[in-house]
Design a protein around this ligand. Structure first.
Ligand code: NAD
Length: 491
């Protein structure tokens, strides 16, 4: 195991603006806690409105040169970042576990997943072409180019501190944009260390800027009102995303929003029950249930509900809870005390709505913000565990009688990010795709994220896609250049 003190001493706690590390202009600070021990890991310099504007000044100045940097050069820097991330896998995983709580095994998985965005977009940087064609009714030719947008504000959540960063930063830089990053206050250390790593990989001054702050609005508001900012990409909760969308309207900023979810996991009567239990467990308990893709509502056909529930309870009650740094731990702490209060409130409300707690259901004594992995069945669909994003280790089971009812229950939410379907009927994959109002459908799979897929939601789950070729479009504008008919002057 790494020496934690030594590792933390390597992580910068200041802001990085215009190629230099500096204290926040207001001289204020905030602490970062370890949610498993409640110990202070670091004291961060807190960015102000003035710092945010300084970061935009730098990003605006650096934009032309970076735009004109050859795609291959940009690709090589991203590729170097990928290599460094892989080399430092254990360091990044440890920092993530310390500040966010997930197990080291999961944190290592996130380093691989997050690094893949650097690799993927280093390849896209070289292959992202426009096209030419002819007006259908005339000889005129047109050229369509994808241009960088300009300075981008990137706001990330605490639950995946590294991969939510690389998923935005890699395509933004690959396409030739400059960025101002605002990491989550609860987990800034991973992003700070990532920025240090990208500087070593060769990202020039002004192209990457980070303004960590205890006040998110101080960073976003002044620069979203400034016409030099051209793009805002946000991952986080739906209420914050929607208020940022209002702010973005002032200057008609291009916006990407990756927001909350309320994923259904539908288990049909013909499903491989053991496979479905594994898939649902992975989709539910990954990241302590603190994932936008987490299976929130487990909908099971009534004919297999008894067998499925029994097996899911066995699987979930066997999970080892503890400090994510300890060997064999599968479920770490929640990120902060109010998340534990929220779990308690959800369980109480589910029981009031007819639910029965089959395993777990209680907070675990501290230190640390722990809650037992929980399975509840029989609550009505008015319960909060059906209506709201749970964001913790509670698995509520509901039953259905017909396929039509399953689609209706699944779509009965304002969200539309991930969904899961378990069935041995291959036609079901297409019926699920036709009937589910979700951006992502996992078919017999509880894992749906990869750098190569277009990740994103519909309805209140957001706008736009991250990853894959689609991820580049979020950071480019299309320009059309029209020409006359090249034969018009030929006699
Ligand atoms: P959050 O909305 O509280 O915060 C997200 C980020 O926004 C943080 O950096 C925060 O500091 C910042 N922020 C908060 N208020 C702000 C404001 N007024 N102006 C500007 N920035 C502001 O969300 P969270 O609790 O960090 O993350 C959990 C949420 O994120 C869940 O709803 C989850 O579903 C969602 N999420 C979505 C995806 C996705 O890809 N769709 C991925 C991960 C998480």
């Amino acid at each position: 195991m790494l020496n934690v003190k030594e590792l933390l001493s390597k992580v910068e706690t200041r802001l990085y603006i215009d190629g230099e590390w500096r204290e926040g202009a207001g001289g204020e600070t905030y602490d970062v806690l370890n949610p498993a021990t409640e110990e202070v890991l670091a004291t961060m310099s807190s960015g102000t409105r003035e710092d945010s504007v300084a970061a935009l000044d730098a990003a605006h100045r650096a934009r032309k040169e970076w735009e004109r940097t050859a795609p291959r050069t940009r690709a090589e820097i991203l590729r170097k970042g990928y290599d460094l991330l892989k080399e430092r896998k254990e360091e990044f995983a440890t920092i993530m576990t310390l500040e966010m709580g997930k197990s080291l095994t999961e944190a290592r998985g996130e380093v691989d997943y997050g690094a893949d965005y650097l690799l993927w977009f280093s390849e896209e940087a070289n292959h992202f072409f426009g096209h030419t064609n002819q007006y259908p009714a005339k000889g005129n030719r047109m050229v369509t180019v994808h241009k960088p947008i300009g300075p981008c504000l990137l706001i990330t959540p605490w639950n995946f501190p590294l991969s939510m960063a690389t998923r935005k930063i890699a395509p933004a830089l690959a396409a030739g944009n400059t960025v101002i990053i605002k990491p989550a206050k609860l987990t800034p250390l991973t992003m700070q260390y990532f920025v240090q790593t990208m500087i070593e990989a060769g990202v020039p001054a002004g192209v990457i800027n980070i303004v960590s702050s205890r006040s998110a609005a101080d960073v976003s508001e002044p620069i979203m009102a400034d016409p030099r900012l051209r793009k805002m990409s946000f991952t986080g909760s739906t209420p914050v995303g929607s208020s940022l969308m209002e702010l973005a309207a002032q200057n008609v900023l291009k916006v990407s929003l990756e927001l909350g979810g309320n994923a259904p996991a539908i288990v049909f009567a013909d499903a491989d029950i053991d496979g479905a239990v594994e898939g649902v467990k992975a989709a539910k308990m990954r990241n302590v249930g603190e994932a936008c893709t987490a299976a929130n509502r487990i909908l099971v056909h009534e004919s297999v509900a008894e067998e499925f529930t029994r097996k899911l309870v066995d699987a979930i009650s066997a999970l080892k809870v503890g400090n994510g740094m300890d060997d064999g731990v599968e479920v770490g702490p929640l990120v902060e005390p109010k998340a534990v209060d929220h779990m308690e409130e959800l369980v109480k409300d589910a029981v009031e709505h007819g639910g029965e707690v089959l395993t777990g259901g209680k907070r675990v004594d501290g230190p640390g913000f722990f809650f037992e992995p929980t399975v509840i069945s029989g609550a009505s669909t008015d319960a909060k565990v059906f209506r709201e994003e749970i964001f913790g280790p509670i698995a509520p089971i509901f039953t259905f009688a017909t396929e039509e009812e399953a689609w209706e229950m699944a779509n009965d939410t304002e969200y539309g990010l991930a969904s899961y379907v378990f069935s041995e009927d291959p036609d079901m994959m297409f019926r699920a795709s036709d009937n589910l109002e979700f951006g992502i459908v996992g078919f017999n799979s509880g894992v749906v994220s990869d750098a190569s897929i277009p990740f994103g939601g519909v309805k209140a789950s957001g706008l736009g896609r991250e990853g894959s070729r689609e991820g580049m479009f979020e950071y480019t504008e299309v320009q059309h250049v029209g020409t006359r008919d090249p034969y018009q002057r030929v006699k």
